[in-house]
Design a protein around this ligand. Sequence first.
Ligand code: SF4
Length: 258
Amino acid sequence: MTRRKGEGGHSPGEGSSSDRLLAAIEGEVVDCRRCPRLVAWREEAAAHAPRRYAGWRYWAKPVPGFGDPRARLLLLGLAPAAHGGNRTGRIFTGDRSGDWLFRALHRAGFANQPLSRDREDGLQLTDCFVSAAVRCCPPENRPLPSERRNCYPFLARELDALSRLQVFVALGGMAFETLLRWARERWPEERGQFLRAKAPFAHGAEIALPGKRALLASYHPSQQNTFTGRLTEAMFDAVFSRARELLESPLPRERRGS
Ligand code: SF4
């Protein structure tokens, strides 16, 4: 397959199973028009670009996940921003949340640079994949429950394709709920043991998943949180330090080399 922009790190080589599955999902995602309200909104945003983006040719389609196909770390956000990912075509790219996120990933050694401007900016992720619960920008950043349900199968397939994932970082409460749903479906026989019916979302919360995997919760690096000091760089860095620590702890014998 053609390597996707923004990928880097441990390339499994041409034709690997993860690459093929991710490419197939990406093809379906970018053509999707399942949610009429969001299709209209993403195109509306492109048609009414603010002056600072005048002349930009907006992506205005669903935004696929991107990163290292052999990633052990997964970051999940809510949805692309109308003038961020919806403009650039790469998740978390071209907006303030992305500036925060990729700076933190660079500090933690998961990104080759702190800059995330557009799909040609040279950003490469290593051991890390970034995705979203909903692939089209929603009005007021609030997808409807039906839109979340419509989009969920893309994420579930992506997570299955990323077979080495070990640490899942949810950016915000909705991403946290989505990953909990996935975990319950992925390990139905163990749900009673490792997941309460409704685990509370809190920055720094950690839920152990089977096979020494873990789900970490973080406040979303939105301006609402970063401008108010609810989320500081030190708090954000602590999440990635913990993720790194978990990744460096030895795996059970049956999962080594998987
Ligand atoms: S939000 Fe997801 S399901 Fe809905 S149109 Fe966009 S890609 Fe399709």
